[in-house]
Write a protein that binds this ligand. Sequence first.
Ligand code: NDP
Ligand SMILES: O=C1O[C@H](COP(=O)(O)O)[C@@H](O)[C@H](O)[C@H]1O
Length: 516
Amino acid sequence: MESGSWHVEKRDTSRDEPFRDVDNVPVTGCLSIVVLGASGDLAKKKTFPALYNLFRQGFLPPDEVHIFGYARTKISDDELRNRIRGYLINEKSASSENSENLRKFLQLVKYVSGSYDSEEGFRLLDKEISKQELSKNTVEGSSRRLFYLALPPSVYPSVCRMIRHFCTNKSNLGGWTRIVVEKPFGKDLESAEQLSAQIGELFEEPQIYRIDHYLGKELVQNMLVLRFANRFFLPLWNRDNIDNIQIVFREDFGTEGRGGYFDEYGIIRDIIQNHLLQVLCLVAMEKPVSLKPEHIRDEKVKVLQSVLPINDDDVVLGQYEGYRDDPTVPDNSNTPTFATVILRINNERWEGVPFILKAGKALDSRKADIRVQFKDVPGDIFKCKKQGRNEFVIRLQPSEAMYMKLTVKKPGLEMLTIQSELDLSYRQRYQGVTIPEAYERLILDTVRGDQQHFVRRDELRAAWEIFTPLLHRIDGGEMKPAPYKPGSRGPAAADELLEKAGYVQTHGYIWIPPTL
Ligand SMILES: NC(=O)C1=CN([C@@H]2O[C@H](COP(=O)(O)OP(=O)(O)OC[C@H]3O[C@@H](n4cnc5c(N)ncnc54)[C@H](OP(=O)(O)O)[C@@H]3O)[C@@H](O)[C@H]2O)C=CC1
Ligand SMILES: O=C1O[C@H](COP(=O)(O)O)[C@@H](O)[C@H](O)[C@H]1O
């Protein structure tokens, strides 16, 4: 067998495993996918393109699927189609693009206009969905309705109430209603808990999909396989061998056009508390009992609960110069656009190993990676310690790769050592394979009822528990971000903190990309 049973083998929206809301009931009903906030940025840049890619690959068969856009803007079906058309064709799909495919997909898309808190719009939406379900001869109780909230969280409670009261279908014959909610899910522990309670009163936890798109990235999904399907890593993945771990997100552009949103949240809420912390969970968690979503999420929660309170000395904040020039950002904004935060996990495996989470906007490069740095080899008979430590790097983006930096004999007559690497670059190794977009994968999971890559309520709570005290200190002005130049590495203090935490930079290492 080529791969484990979780592998996507069938072009089918169901899955041969027992993790669905309703077990043992054949899935036959019509599938309606409703994108709320259809006129917005996320919907056109991410949600509709992901749906189109799923359609192109046969995962959303036109004889069973309908797609609805819902928003306040009064536009026609065709106007919505024209708005999204340009975003559906990217470099991945362009070469194999078939205009017939695009036409067929757009024909599935309908638009309903209404507000987010009035009965009228949602009754109309329900009527339109039911009409399509009837046209497909769907038996009552078997239809599937997926509501994707591409909306600001302030309207989640009212939208969820409306969906619950006016758009929920009967589910006694394998049907279901599910909602997908985007981050930011709250601003701190209290607001997140309040939101969770409001939504929790309307929907059961298996109906709620809290999306964190980093969990849909190829190399993030590979993390558990790497760790638990390889003998190499099992004995090494602990405090006895690992000195420090970095999880880094860098962007080489600022908050262009999103200053208003960003200023309310800052880099910790935007990236670290969710995306990087989710990655940390997968790097640090114990082996789950099985691949069942609840077993995985149980282990993630345990890691989060073992994180110690953040010490102010383990934090460096920055704000890039020019950030406040954005007219939507207040002149005295204290919002960090850069942060390094060291987390410490108080358990048997990780005590003493700093987890350095770093994220920044307007830096010198764009990348996201996990860097596991091993301790020095004891008894250095080759006197090569100063050259560098072993590092295992998993580059999530761009150009997915994983490589192990290691010391080898320099080829030649002398017994000299150099730094080299074992390199698995995806582009070279998996030529011709298209790596799916994170949203594509995650939307397919929501249709299949697989919550493995979604954040559970207690996980979210534990994540906010870690960061809320620090965030309140920043919001209260007790901690100030240091200015840094756009296009730089961020504040110098961040590299000093990295060194203090024990990270040893490899100097003079040169990577020579392999040629075929
Ligand atoms: N398969 C592939 O594509 C491979 C590519 N390579 C490439 O080779 C090059 C070197 O690789 P690698 O050593 O892993 O990566 P880098 O040289 O980018 O970074 C190494 C480490 O040093 C830190 N660092 C960089 N500059 C400074 C500085 N001025 N002060 C303090 N710390 C600093 C980085 O932090 P931070 O993350 O914050 O920048 C990172 O932790 C990279 O361009 C890499 O992409 C190597 C192997 C395989
Ligand atoms: O959630 C967010 O992520 C993007 C970065 O996503 P990526 O997949 O391109 O790494 C970030 O730009 C944005 O600020 C944030 O809200």
